[in-house]
Design a protein around this ligand. Structure first.
Ligand code: FES
Ligand SMILES: [Fe+2]
Length: 340
């Protein structure tokens, strides 16, 4: 089901110029996200069409003019076309190079992100329709942020021993803030008070900061949400955006197995903010401390699920996002079954 959804593979600023690239894992598929000679974003599977060696190690960089396989030296243009096969006349006399371009994933650039559907065998030409995927309300709301004006700052990735769904659910309620995050981010937020709205299969949560109370003494026209709340978007099925005053962080939790997930966090900031390095590092450390508290709890919960102590779990009225998220997953699985 996840492999048929548009997933975010990079921020557009990571591949701002032709030849900029990111080689990474996407749901167990090695991919290269690259800006090609024509300025188009491409997502190739990082696998040579000769005998399948990886073209690049996991890395990010710029100034690439072609891909050259480190095994026998087959070369590809950035758009994926095979251009050179060493000793072709003698060794591959019948090969038409046009028949062996790199295998690519359908991808699109929208709201400053590169989105790809990680299913190379999916419907041919099924370019992700991101506006339809987000729905008109959320698509308009994202357009208003102007995420494409932001600049990539840093990414980190690690693995955890929990099911991906409980990872995503950690960010759909703030009932746990004063307890689990008492030593990290609790001082910033109002405990157990949040808005949660659903858009198609996606969600917007607003976690108000304590500073929002000061607005009561100010004229309404000076009220501003972003400095006084974290706005959290759950983008179905694996992504969570944390929109802050002048930056945002994207957390994605990809399944590796039923009880194992890969966590990836990408930090993106307003261009005028990037020089404030100590500020960012402190901010990222605080964010990471809270995320670690959330995901370490997922590991204890996973052991709890295995114990069968609970034949069902309880969601409070303040945890409605979790209930709705589960419904979205069931709905998506039903669609899969009907199409099978
Ligand atoms: S596997 Fe790439 S050139 Fe042989
Ligand atoms: Fe949390």
């Amino acid at each position: 089901m996840i492999r048929r959804q548009p997933l975010i593979v990079a921020h557009a600023s990571e591949i701002a110029q032709p030849g900029d690239y990111v080689a990474k894992d996407l749901m167990g598929t090695p991919v290269i996200v690259v800006r090609d000679e024509q300025g188009k974003a491409k997502v190739h599977i990082n696998v040579c069409r000769h005998r399948g060696a990886a073209l690049l190690q996991e890395s990010e960089g710029s100034g690439l003019s072609r891909f050259r396989c480190p095994y026998h030296g087959w070369c590809y243009q950035l758009d994926g076309l095979l251009t050179n096969v060493p000793d072709q006349a003698r060794s591959f006399p019948n090969l038409d190079k046009a028949d062996r371009p790199l295998t690519s994933l359908p991808c699109a650039e929208h709201h400053g992100f590169i989105w790809a559907i990680p299913d190379p065998l999916g419907e041919a030409g099924a370019i992700p329709d991101v506006p339809a995927f987000l729905g008109p309300s959320l698509d308009n709301e994202f357009a208003a942020y102007g995420f494409e004006e932001y600049t990539y700052y840093r990414r980190e990735s690690w693995e955890g021993a929990f099911n991906w769904k409980s990872g995503v659910e950690q960010f759909l309620e703030n009932y746990h803030f004063a307890v689990l995050h008492r030593d990290s981010t609790n001082w910033l937020f109002i405990h157990n008070l949040a808005l949660c709205d659903r858009f198609e299969r996606h969600f917007r949560g607003v976690a108000p900061k304590r500073s929002i109370r000061d607005l009561a003494n100010q004229p309404r026209e000076h009220w501003s949400l972003r400095p006084n709340a974290t706005i959290i978007y759950t983008i179905f099925p694996v992504a969570t955006f944390f929109v802050e005053k002048s930056h945002f962080s994207l957390l994605q939790i990809f399944p590796i197995g039923p009880e194992r997930s890969r966590i990836e966090i990408t930090h993106v900031a307003g261009q005028d903010q990037l020089s404030k390095r100590p500020f960012w590092e402190a901010n990222i450390d605080l964010f990471k401390a809270a995320v670690n508290e959330d995901l370490e709890t997922c590991e204890t919960m996973q052991a709890g699920f295995r114990s069968r102590a609970n034949d069902y779990l309880m969601f409070g009225r303040n945890e409605i996002g979790l209930d709705q998220y589960r419904r979205c997953i069931e709905d998506a699985l039903d669609t899969e079954i009907q199409q099978a």
